[in-house]
Ligand binder design. Structure first.
Ligand code: LLP
Length: 437
């Protein structure tokens, strides 16, 4: 479901008029729909209901406290990749006991923190990491719950920067080494409790085939680990792709923007129908780690047109959101639909929508058909809820945007726009530092 639609020619998020929000909070502004997040969580949760399962939302996709709170209230767990993300989850009311900790480079400090908080499992990516976890757990007098991430060497057929399940990627332990690695760990590491196996082959997968290929390849390994090490869970990772081209007609509130079955790249129906029968016979707890699916379509970045510039080769629409606010277009060739807040029936023209940053890579869209806009108009950049704000930066010393969570008729400011003082917080002039380095 998506909750951005035109109502009498004005773009709304649920029942909130976006132009009014932009006026109140300024732009660039991230706006999220609680309805969409809730709907997507429930779809996945219900899709998997035949299995003993837990949806562990991948915090990296959008880590605002209010978003985490929403997921926690729905009963979700969390897939975290840093001590910082664990801190956020706890602040938002999430339970450490429902957290898995992923990532290839966990530090001793992060491992200590996660152990002290009592996370559900460390998803380790190398034997070296497991040996450190064992040591830290021993020092703290604790037993650390662990799983290994298997790299199944399956092509996820997605952008190369977000493909993770091939042998040449830095992630996980090679498929054919996993059994030996578990045996070595079981023998050498008394402070570890082997609890599961994890995999994640990539992000924004729009076909079910790689998921099925990976699941079929890995389930015999899971069976073997269950027998030898009595594991409790198998995490199938995240990666469910979303539709970036949406329909915004007011009457159309259906799943995937009203697209027909053939046009939908991947639905939860397809996902569950294909995977549940493969996973059910394992009789284990199944974890999922969706990030983009949960929040991607739930968010839009609202941005104002600053100038129009007609060049010899191109027409540029210069907006107040830049690559520092949304880096996906230049980093992953990410395509985000752009639509004016006031619906226009005028004939579209070909433009580049660019930001104010001093880089040629600072574009939101290139060669895009957009109905004519003028300075002062406001645009919505859609499906920006995942990996939008979390990848934003202060580049060019630009304050981070504000964030709003819409819930029906209500809009909650869930992050204030940074001030100029925020931008220099913690910096010191030489001679004025609080302490010498
Ligand atoms: N689990 C693990 C271990 C992951 O590394 C990731 C994402 C996820 C789950 C969640 O994947 P999702 O369900 O969101 O596809 N910044 C990129 C995406 C990077 C994904 C990194 N890992 C983008 O904007 O496309």
């Amino acid at each position: 479901m998506h909750s951005f639609r035109y109502v009498q020619g004005r773009l709304n998020c649920e029942s909130v008029d976006l132009e009014a929000l932009a006026e109140k909070h300024g732009t660039p502004l991230y706006v999220y729909s609680k309805e969409t997040i809730t709907d997507h969580f429930k779809r996945l949760d219900h899709g998997m209901e035949r299995l003993d399962h837990l949806v562990c939302y991948a915090v990296k996709a959008n880590s605002n406290l209010a978003i985490l709170q929403t997921i926690a209230e729905l009963g979700g767990g969390f897939d975290i990749v840093s001590g910082g993300e664990l801190f956020r989850v706890l602040k938002a009311g999430g339970q450490a006991g429902k957290c898995t900790f992923a990532g290839v480079g966990k530090t001793r400090g992060e491992i200590e923190y996660a152990l002290q908080q009592g996370i559900y499992c460390f998803n380790a990516e190398s034997e070296a990491e497991l040996r450190l976890i064992d040591q830290v757990a021993g020092d703290l007098g604790k037993k650390a719950p662990v799983a290994m991430r298997v790299n199944p060497n399956v092509d996820a057929k997605t952008h190369k920067y977000i493909s993770t399940g091939k042998s040449e990627n830095k992630f996980g332990v090679d498929f054919d080494r996993v059994l030996d690695a578990y045996a070595a760990i079981a023998k050498d590491c008394p402070n570890l409790e082997i609890r599961g196996l994890q995999m994640h082959i990539g992000s924004q997968l729009t076909s079910i085939d790689p998921f099925v290929e990976a699941a079929k390849k890995v389930t015999p390994l899971v069976e073997a680990l269950k027998e030898r090490h009595n594991i409790q869970f198998f995490s199938i990772g995240g990666g469910i792709g979303i539709v970036y081209r949406e329909s915004l007609d007011s009457g159309d509130q259906s799943w995937w923007g009203g697209k027909s079955d053939e046009e939908r790249p991947l639905t939860i129906g397809t996902y569950a129908n294909a995977l549940v029968p493969i996973l059910e016979p394992l009789k284990l707890r199944i974890l999922m780690e969706p990030g983009r699916f949960m929040v991607g379509n739930a968010g839009a970045l609202i941005s104002k047109v600053l100038y129009i510039k007609q060049g010899n080769a191109k027409k540029f629409v210069i907006v107040d959101a830049g690559m520092n606010d949304l880096i996906r277009p230049v980093l992953y060739e990410g395509w985000h639909q752009i639509t004016p807040l006031q619906k226009s029936e005028a004939k579209p023209e070909l433009v580049d929508v660019v930001g104010p940053i001093c880089e040629s890579g600072d574009f939101i869209a290139q060669d895009r058909e957009l109905t004519p806009v003028v300075a002062g108009d406001t645009l919505a950049i859609l499906s920006a809820g995942a990996y939008g704000f979390t990848m934003a930066s202060n580049y060019n010393t630009r304050p981070m945007p504000a964030e709003v969570l819409v819930d029906g008729k209500d809009a909650h400011l869930i992050r204030e726009r940074q001030t100029l003082d925020d931008l220099i917080k913690g910096e010191h002039l030489v001679g004025e530092s609080a302490e010498e380095a």
